[in-house]
Design a protein around this ligand. Structure first.
Ligand code: AFP
Length: 321
């Protein structure tokens, strides 16, 4: 099985970008180790602090964020980083040519129940012209690499540099990511969907109609029975979609008038959309491709409908009607 760096060189990825990706995978090994120590590492539970999202920070959120920030800012190719856990971006190497946006530990609410969590990352080129304040505000189509590390029974790295999606599994005996699946293709059809059903009464009518028709099964307009999964960690749900197909959505809902969306564009929706499109799926906010959205803020949130092409299109058709 091929190791990560030779596989990236075989794809003619630049040495600068390889250096950034190598830094990310190195940080992930430390995060994986601490997570797999669980309570023994004394890092479970919450801090007394809140992040800019107004969310209580878990100890591992802070640890993962600090580790990734320190290591990336020590990489000569990284000009700046943006993190879910940081109010604003943090400047790195003056002549670095890459920007890295990341969610250090997606699925934090799963940490204390030993559930799936992961690190999501998105890599952009530092624009030559724009002023520093707006350098991260690039559409997802501008990404040069994206992926996630999934800290599950196996620690996995799933990655695209625009040449398809490859999956690597961490061989704990030698501390190397080895390629275990390459050129992932998401099945166009599926009978599996992922949504937090407890929000059903708060969705827009189109999503209520769509999900209602899925639940109607064989006797309904979809003429087949569906299964449902909800990991409450986007990284776990998207990994299932990449691995066997499915539709994942976190749509608009009316619970908080000032915050109708949950998922963040720059370091959740865009990187996952890059992976899904590279694997032959669709990723939309309900009206347009997610990667076509022009960001206005590094922490902006967006609706997400992604996965198997035919099923996402069916959902979008309900939103067109
Ligand atoms: P946390 O990181 O705060 O646990 O949120 C995870 C997440 O952003 C995304 O990974 C999940 O898909 C979604 O939120 C789960 O949200 P609900 O807890 O509302 O189901």
């Amino acid at each position: 099985m091929q190791r990560l760096i030779p596989a990236l060189r075989q794809q003619h990825v630049s040495e600068g970008l390889i250096s950034v990706l190598h830094t990310l995978q190195t940080a992930s090994k430390e995060i994986s180790f601490r997570l797999h120590q669980g309570a023994l590492a004394g890092v479970l539970g919450s801090t007394l602090d809140e992040n800019i999202q107004g969310e209580t920070q878990k100890k591992l959120d802070v640890l993962a964020n600090q580790l990734l920030k320190d290591m990336l800012l020590d990489c000569p190719h990284v000009a700046a980083v943006a993190s879910e856990e940081e109010d604003s971006y943090v400047v790195g190497a003056a002549d670095g040519d890459y920007l890295v946006a990341f969610d250090p530990l997606d699925g934090s609410s799963n940490i204390d129940i030993n559930g799936l969590v992961g690190t999501i990352f998105s890599v952009l080129k530092k624009p030559a012209d724009s002023d520093a304040a707006n350098m991260f505000l690039q559409p997802g189509d501008a990404q040069v690499a994206a992926g996630y590390m999934l800290y599950g029974p196996a620690t996995m790295l799933v990655l695209t540099t625009g040449q398809g999606v490859d999956m690597y599994t961490l061989d704990q005996t030698v501390g190397e990511y080895l390629q275990t699946r390459s050129q992932i293709e998401i099945p166009a059809e599926t009978s599996e969907f992922a949504i937090n059903m407890s929000n059903q009464r708060h969705w827009q009518p189109a999503m209520q109609r769509y999900i209602g028709d899925l639940l109607a099964g064989k006797q309904g307009p979809c003429e087949k029975d569906y299964n449902m999964r909800w990991i409450a960690a986007m990284v776990g749900d998207v990994h299932r979609v990449l691995s066997r197909g499915g539709l994942f959505t976190y749509p608009w809902d009316a619970r908080k008038t000032d915050k109708p969306y949950k998922l963040r564009l720059l370091y959740e929706a865009n990187p996952m959309s890059f992976l899904v499109e590279q694997a032959g799926g669709l990723a939309s906010d309900g009206e347009q491709r997610i990667m076509a959205i022009q960001p206005h803020d590094i922490h902006q949130r967006v609706g997400v409908i992604l996965g198997s092409r035919s099923e996402v299109q069916r959902c979008l058709d309900y939103h067109q009607d």
